[in-house]
Design a protein around this ligand. Structure first.
Ligand SMILES: CC(=O)O[C@H](CC(=O)[O-])C[N+](C)(C)C
Length: 297
C-alpha cells in the first residue's frame, strides 16, 4: 500500500479533470440550455422540446462547435478544480487517519468528500458562472461575450468580484453533499469489486470505469436540484433575484413545481457515467505512474 500523498492526489486529480471536460462537455452544454429555457407563455412552443431536439438544433444552427461552446473556461478551471478536489479529499482522509495504513469507514470518507466540496467551491463558483453564461449565449440574442476571459472582464467591470462569484451559496449547496456522495460511492464500489486477497491497485480498468461512472451518477442524483437553481441564478439578469438562491427556489416551485428541479436530468445522466468513468480511470492510471516513478513523493 502506498502512503497518502497530497501532491500525487493533486496531479492525478488535474489529469482526471482534463479527461472529464473533454469527454463530458457537449452533454453539459445541452443540460445548461435545457435548464435555462425561459418559462413558456400560453400557446408558446419551447425552443428545445428535449435532449435530442436540443442536440439536433444546436448542431443545425451552430455546427459541432456549438456543443463545445464555453469549453475553454472549464478546461482552464476544471483542471485545477479537480486537482484541488482530489487533493482536498486526500487531506480530508489524512486528517481522520490515526496511522498511514488506517482504513476509514464510509462516514469518514463522506466527511473527506464534503471537505473537498468546500475547498473546490472557490474555483468552481466563478468557473460555473462564466461557463453557464457562455453556454446559453446563442439563446440570448447577439453574442455579448467574445470569450470566457472577456466574460470575466465584463462581469468584473459591471459588478466587481461579487459579479464573478455570483452563485457561490448555490454551488456550496450543490457540491458539499454531492462530493461526499461522489467519493463514498466510488470507494464503496471499488472495495466491493476487489476480490478477497487482492488489493485495489490490482484492479483492471473495467472495474475502475464502472465504479467511477456510478460515482458520477450518485454525485448528480444529489447535486441536480441545487444545480438547476445555480444555473438559473448565475444566468439571470442583474438584480432579478435579490435574495439569491432562496428567491430562485421560491419562484421555481411556485411557477413550475418540484419537477423543474430535475430539468436537464437526461443529458446530466448521459454525461455523468462516461465522463466520470474517464475521470477516475485517468486518476488511477496517473497515480500508478506517479507511484512507479516517484514512490517516496
Ligand atoms: C458538479 C461537478 O463538477 O461534479 C463532479 C462530477 C462531474 O460530473 O463533473 C464531481 N465533483 C463535484 C466532485 C467535482
Amino acid at each position: 500500500m502506498n502512503k497518502p500523498s497530497p501532491i500525487k492526489d493533486f496531479i492525478s486529480g488535474g489529469i482526471g479533470g482534463m479527461a472529464i471536460v473533454s469527454s463530458g462537455h457537449p452533454l453539459d452544454t445541452i443540460k445548461v440550455r435545457l435548464q435555462t429555457q425561459p418559462k413558456l407563455k400560453p400557446g408558446e412552443k419551447p425552443k428545445y422540446s428535449g435532449t435530442l431536439d436540443c442536440f439536433k438544433t444546436t448542431i443545425r444552427n451552430e455546427g459541432l462547435r456549438g456543443l463545445y461552446k464555453g469549453m475553454a473556461a472549464p478546461l482552464i478551471g476544471v483542471t485545477p478544480m479537480f486537482a484541488v478536489c482530489f487533493f482536498g479529499f486526500g487531506i480530508g482522509k489524512k486528517l481522520q487517519m490515526k496511522s498511514e495504513n488506517d482504513s476509514l469507514n464510509s462516514f469518514q470518507i463522506f466527511n473527506a468528500g464534503m471537505l473537498s466540496g468546500l475547498l473546490t467551491t472557490g474555483i468552481m463558483a466563478p468557473g460555473e458562472r462564466i461557463k453557464c453564461l457562455m453556454q446559453i449565449q446563442s439563446d440570448s440574442g447577439s453574442a455579448k461575450y467574445a470569450g470566457p476571459l472577456d466574460c470575466a472582464k465584463q462581469l468584473y467591470r459591471e459588478s466587481g468580484i461579487r459579479g464573478i462569484y455570483k452563485g457561490t451559496c448555490a454551488t456550496l449547496l450543490r457540491d458539499v453533499p454531492a462530493t461526499g456522495a461522489y467519493f463514498t460511492s466510488y470507494e464503496l464500489l471499488l472495495n466491493t469489486l476487489t476480490p478477497e486477497g487482492k488489493s485495489r491497485s490490482d484492479l483492471g480498468p473495467f472495474r475502475v470505469l464502472f465504479a467511477g461512472g456510478m460515482a458520477g451518477v450518485f454525485n448528480w442524483m444529489v447535486a441536480l436540484p441545487a444545480d438547476t437553481l445555480k444555473s438559473r441564478l448565475q444566468t439571470a439578469p442583474e438584480g432579478k433575484y435579490p435574495r439569491g438562491v432562496r428567491d430562485v427556489f421560491r419562484e421555481l416551485i411556485r411557477e413550475e413545481g418540484v419537477g423543474a428541479l430535475y430539468k436537464g436530468i437526461t443529458p446530466v445522466m448521459l454525461r455523468a457515467f462516461p465522463a466520470n468513468a474517464a475521470c477516475f480511470l485517468a486518476v488511477e492510471i496517473t497515480m500508478k505512474i506517479l507511484n512507479w516513478i516517484a514512490p517516496n513523493l
